[in-house]
Design a protein. Structure first.
Length: 547
């Protein structure tokens, strides 16, 4: 009876090949839960089964290139390229990379900015079973690029002529200027080689994390991982041929892969932004962004937008309400290591703003410090399993072993990832997010969840965004938007809802908070602002200067 129940509630994921014994959910680790919580742990913890239409990204793109070769694949400024032309250029570059000795599984550096040649470089790597390592030129420090080239053993780097002089000297790597190369007679005369099979398990790109706690680590993301997001619902965002998807994020940020492939794998047109973000979003049907980036965009100027998706950091409720009035709004969550998002919520005005449920073929477990399942409704750490879990960190076995562990619930060789996000299940099976484990601090001996303080501030009239930080052993400081918010009123508002030890000692108001190049709140800069008792001397960087 138990085996039958397991098979019905937790059948094998279509993205994995079950063993001879089948891949069923293991109830043994749930023995300490009540029968009802066991049932909910199983029911809530796994996304529905949905098989992606294609198993590799280039296969999906090539389908649309063959079916609609004259459809516009991408636009950047005054330049446009059709699916047929983009496929042809990517095929030629793939041939050239093969002639240069790039083999399946090898990494190619893509140190570049948003452009049509960027897309050619990405697709060419995928076609030969290689992977690309994206870094935003003009933003990534020279030492970081040198570290990445060394760790990923990159022999060929693709860039643009405008960035060539800004790159460091790589002694053992060849640097190719893509824009110059694509215009050359020799390139155009290249004969395209034959079929190049790519496997779902091949790494498609290596995404280096920001490295805020040291040197960045490369996350190995496979075709299977990304296809599971962009080719299933809701990650596909309802994109169909002819729709226009904005490409506004840094290519070094994993969410940019969502923008790019949700367009190119569905026959849509990718609108690549210039220096003014609203030039792009005002013409788009789909916007994918961090809440901080979306907060810079006026929805009144985006009448054509049908779908908006945010992830990467907590979404303020006022922002969700503002956009949900005029379009379908998704709030997602998931670290790079679980491939862009592994939970999502279709938020409708007046409803609960959670991070939703596991996306298709993915699992979420709420565990305690002893790695045991928490009771339903109890706050614990989120662990992620299923098709979104990536291959681990490049050349860092010890960190991979620490964060990626055998999945005791699915078993059969499955792996789960420790997200370090705190969450709990609601009674209707949605996930409430309570920030990062390192955002849970002690003040005067009491535990305080920083996001809960910010959430109260965001219920204040006119407050669009709030960030709370611990600045010393006994003090919290909050940063809010816009600048007209009165500090005393804001402090009193928190004091009316939370215990005294959760009340910020200071509330600093700005019209705009500083962002990292990846479009998230720059907490380091905020801490510096507080320490220096000064406002920023320039407009916060939201990546608008990159193009």
């Amino acid at each position: 009876m138990t085996v039958i129940l397991n098979s019905v509630l937790f059948p094998p994921s279509p993205s994995e090949q079950p063993s001879a014994h089948g891949s069923v959910f293991n109830l043994a680790p749930l023995s300490k839960l009540s029968p009802e919580d066991r049932r909910k742990f199983v029911k809530y913890g796994r996304g529905r089964l949905e098989k992606p239409a294609f198993s590799t990204l280039n296969q999906a793109f090539e389908y649309h290139a063959a079916r609609s070769p004259h459809a516009i694949a991408a636009m950047h400024g005054s330049r446009a390229i059709s699916y047929g032309e983009l496929n042809q250029e990517a095929e030629k570059l793939a041939t050239l990379l093969q002639k240069a000795g790039v083999k399946q599984g090898e990494s190619v550096g893509l140190f570049i900015t948003r452009s049509i040649p960027m897309l050619v470089g990405m697709l060419a790597c995928l076609k030969i079973g290689a992977n690309y390592v994206p870094q935003h030129a003009n933003v990534a420090p020279a030492k970081q690029l040198e570290h990445i080239v060394d760790v990923a053993r990159i022999r060929i780097i693709l860039t643009l002529s405008t960035h060539r002089k800004q790159l460091p000297t790589f002694n053992n790597s060849i640097v190719l200027e893509l824009d110059t190369l694509l215009k050359s007679f020799e390139f155009r005369a290249l004969d395209i080689a034959g079929k190049r099979p790519t496997k779902p398990s091949d790494v498609c790109f290596v995404l280096f994390t920001s490295g805020t706690t040291g040197k960045p680590n490369g996350v190995q993301v496979t075709h299977r991982n990304v296809c599971n997001v962009v080719l299933t619902s809701p990650g596909n965002l309802g994109v169909t041929p002819g729709m226009r998807v904005a490409q506004i994020l840094s290519i070094a940020f994993d969410m940019s892969a969502w923008e790019i492939y949700v367009a190119l794998c569905h026959g849509a047109t990718l609108l690549i932004r210039d220096s003014v973000i609203e030039h792009t979003t005002s013409n788009a049907n789909v916007i994918i962004a961090t809440p901080s980036i979306l907060g810079q965009i006026n929805p009144d100027n985006c009448e054509d937008v049908k779908v908006v998706a945010v992830a990467g950091e907590p979404c303020p409720r006022p922002l969700a309400e503002k956009w949900a009035i005029q379009c379908r709004f998704y709030n997602g969550c998931g670290p790079t290591e679980t491939t862009i998002i592994n939970t999502a919520k279709w938020f409708q005005t007046g409803g609960a703003l959670t991070i939703g449920k596991p996306t298709p073929n993915n699992t979420i477990y709420i565990l305690n410090d002893c790695y045991e399942p928490c009771d339903i409704g109890e706050i614990g750490e989120m662990w992620a399993g299923g098709a979104g879990v990536t291959k681990g960190y490049l050349a860092n076995a010890s960190l991979s072993q620490e964060r990626y562990r055998p999945d005791p619930f699915l078993g059969d060789g499955h792996i789960m990832f420790r997200t370090r996000d705190l969450g709990r299940w609601t009674e209707n099976g949605e996930l409430e997010h309570f920030g990062r484990t390192d955002d849970q601090v002690k003040i005067r001996g009491y535990r305080v969840e920083l996001d809960s303080v910010s959430a109260i501030l965001e219920t204040l009239d006119n407050c669009r965004l709030a960030i709370t930080m611990k600045v010393d052993a006994e003090k919290l400081v909050s940063f809010v938007v816009p600048a007209v918010i009165d500090e005393a009123t804001a402090i009193a508002h928190v004091a009316a809802s939370l215990p005294y030890y959760s009340v910020p000692a200071k509330v600093i108001a700005f019209d705009q908070l500083p962002l990292t190049p990846r479009g998230k709140i720059d907490k380091r800069k905020l801490l510096d602002i507080y320490k220096n008792h000064a406002s920023p001397s320039h407009e916060p960087d939201i990546g608008n200067s990159a193009s």
